[in-house]
Design a protein around this ligand. Structure first.
Ligand code: TFG
Ligand code: ZN
Length: 383
């Protein structure tokens, strides 16, 4: 997965680059966390696995290396790519293509999430963190976009449903960008509850999807929850309120058999717009992980999505892994614990409760809690 780089080899113009995985792994080592983990052997996702979420033509296009592509396909293939300003090649300006390595990297990323989630689902592993790239939550059934080729979390979830006959899987997506593809894949499926917390800016933030009114369709109605924030910097207080008043009440009622997390860390402090713009602390991600571990007998699988500022990214991943291995977490700052969510966030939470309260009656009792700080809410007996 480290070899998936632009031909121009200029990491400063390609934020989704191998340094991301290198620094996370280094920090895991520095914190002596690797020896608390069991490493899972990676593999490439097979075509038929990828075809659970992507069309056959798409998989043939992006999952077969150069020589394996039939000549006809090759023409279409050539049309699929454009020359980038940096001299490299890509599907679009952001989604670079390396003809030798992208196929393997994208298939190994999906294969890692498949392997890990399977082992957690059958109880062979307690929980896990898939350190993978390229990310996946924007890759649609027939369209690579936003650094993504295959929706690793989507494919792994589909396989747990199909192969293990699982009935209730929660996907929490806390990447600052909405997981348009994950929403689309499970939009009509009541077996998968998709909850996304993302910067929405009324559709003016990449990828532009993720409106609070997108609740799912048919049998999937009510199983798609979008908490779409505005541009005003959101931080720990807002995310803690969202978890306390919306994410956890619904998740507890849904009672998932397993929790998948599209764990992007570009909401962490240090990320500027358009690759972020919020200021979550690294420990906030660990605390959100810890809360999710109270569900599904602790069967929680994190899969890396975005996150580009190397130090905040690595520190946030360390915080999540410490939660997963049961180590104590750095506390959330007193300032954030005592601060009520900002007005904009209260409006978003209130609107989301009004919309989703139709499907999740449990939310009504949390309506008055959204304007409280975490400390105040805990004193009032709501945690
Ligand atoms: O914001 C995005 C994202 C694409 C994928 C994103 C993700 O959600 O973080 C994922 F998928 F990688 F996890 S975030 N894009 C692509 C990169 N980009 C940029 C770039 C910014 C700096 C360098 C290159 C591109 C500006 N606007 C965009 C829109
Ligand atoms: Zn992102």
């Amino acid at each position: 997965m480290l070899n998936h780089i632009c031909k121009c080899q200029n990491n400063s113009i390609h934020p989704e680059n191998p340094d991301r995985l290198k620094i996370i792994w280094t920090k895991f080592n520095d914190e002596n966390l690797i020896n608390k983990c069991q490493l899972v052997k990676s593999r490439r996702a097979m075509r038929e696995e990828l075809q659970t979420c992507h069309s056959k033509a798409y998989v043939d296009m992006y999952a077969s290396s150069q020589h394996a592509r039939e000549p006809l396909l090759y023409e279409t293939f050539e049309q699929r790519f454009c020359r980038l300003p940096c001299g490299g090649v890509g599907v679009d300006n952001d989604t670079i293509w390396n003809d030798q390595h992208t196929v393997n990297a994208a298939r190994i990323a999906a294969g890692c999430v498949i392997e890990l989630s399977y082992k957690v689902a059958i109880g062979e592993l307690k929980n896990g963190f898939a350190l993978v790239r390229p990310p996946g939550h924007h890759a649609e059934d027939t369209q690579a976009m936003g650094f993504c080729y295959f929706n690793s979390v989507g494919v792994a979830t589909k396989l747990l449903l199909d192969k293990l006959n699982m009935k209730r899987i929660l996907i929490v997506d806390w990447d600052v960008h909405h997981g348009n593809s994950t929403q689309q894949i499970f939009y009509a499926d009541p077996r998968v509850l998709y909850i996304s917390l993302h910067r929405y800016d009324n559709g003016n933030f990449f990828p532009g999807t993720g409106d609070a009114n997108e609740c799912g369709i048919d049998k999937g109605c009510g199983f798609n929850i979008n908490i779409g924030w505005f541009e005003i910097p959101m931080s720990d207080a807002e995310y803690l309120a969202a978890f306390r008043c919306i994410v956890m009440p619904i998740a507890r009622q849904f009672n998932p058999e397993l929790v998948m997390v599209s764990a992007g860390f570009d909401a962490a402090a240090g990320h500027a717009t358009p690759l972020g713009g919020y200021s979550l602390s690294p420990q906030c991600f660990g605390h959100m992980t810890q809360q999710l571990m109270s569900l599904a007998n602790g069967k929680v699988v994190l899969a890396l999505e975005g996150g580009y500022e190397l130090l905040p990214l690595a520190e946030s991943c360390v915080s999540c892994l410490k939660a997963l291995v049961g180590m104590p977490l750095k506390p959330i700052s007193p300032e954030e614990l005592c601060r009520p969510p900002c007005q904009q966030a209260i409006k978003v939470l209130d609107m989301t409760i009004n919309i989703q309260g139709v499907y999740w009656p449990c939310l009504a009792e949390f309506k008055e809690s959204i304007s409280k700080s975490q400390i105040e809410a805990e004193q009032g007996g709501i945690n």
